[in-house]
Design a protein around this ligand. Sequence first.
Ligand SMILES: Nc1ncnc2c1ncn2[C@@H]1O[C@H](COP(=O)(O)OP(=O)(O)OP(=O)(O)O)[C@@H](O)[C@H]1O
Length: 252
Amino acid sequence: MIGLENASVTFGSRTIFRNISFRVPKGRSMAILGPNGRGKTTLLRALLGFQSLASGRRFAPKVAGYVPQHGASQAKLTGLDIVVMGRAVQLGLFGQPTAKDREAAEGALVQVGACHLADMRYDRMSGGQRQMVLIARALATGSPALVFDEPTSALDLGNQSRTLQLLDSLRLRREFAIIFTTHDPNHALAAADDVLLMMPDGGEVSGPVHEMIEPGKLSTLYGVPMRWVDVQGPVGEIRRAILPAFAGIEAA
Ligand SMILES: Nc1ncnc2c1ncn2[C@@H]1O[C@H](COP(=O)(O)OP(=O)(O)OP(=O)(O)O)[C@@H](O)[C@H]1O
């Protein structure tokens, strides 16, 4: 389980959020949505213990798999080296990775379909390739808690699709408590059971995805009208997507 209870974070005199409570049990996946600068990354950092709480408490396992928004590195490390770092807690302060740690790291690369990145230099990878390696690193921790900060934000549509499928397959394993932030409500529909909306007025609402992802709440969240649109799936089935009013405008 991972969550916060009556948690608040302040920077100087500024309150980013106040008295937030939520719990994501093992087997559930929760998406967090909110406008830019509302405090989504700060909330994840507070959850993981990287950001101190002004009040309240957090619940998280000692080690969580964390995929940060920006995973840049100048170090000359391979994809496999980065994934092995996920084993840091098992290694201890001066421990060297064993064959078992390398095996776990290779297994994590297999799970995300990124074996081909094992020997590639991480600092030479594209954003999408790095994303896969960082997700593998999170899995290699062996933690039942996985936290992703905007996992699709830097990705092209093909990689967004693959990452969403991966997030959903992790959700369906029901072995992890998963939290991810996103700016696309359709991504919450595609890969989350529950949603936390960080509203622009400072309040939060949370609940099952189909209660939270609807035009009324999202229009308030983003300050633009939202609507359901029918779209055709790959085998002709009709699906619903939720889009802002500007979707479909043609400038010329
Ligand atoms: N260490 C810090 N010191 C002071 N202010 C900070 C610090 N970290 C974040 N902030 C501020 O807290 C607010 C919330 O930032 P945060 O990055 O959590 O927002 P976000 O919802 O993740 O934004 P985005 O959607 O743009 O990624 C911002 O105004 C940011 O400038």
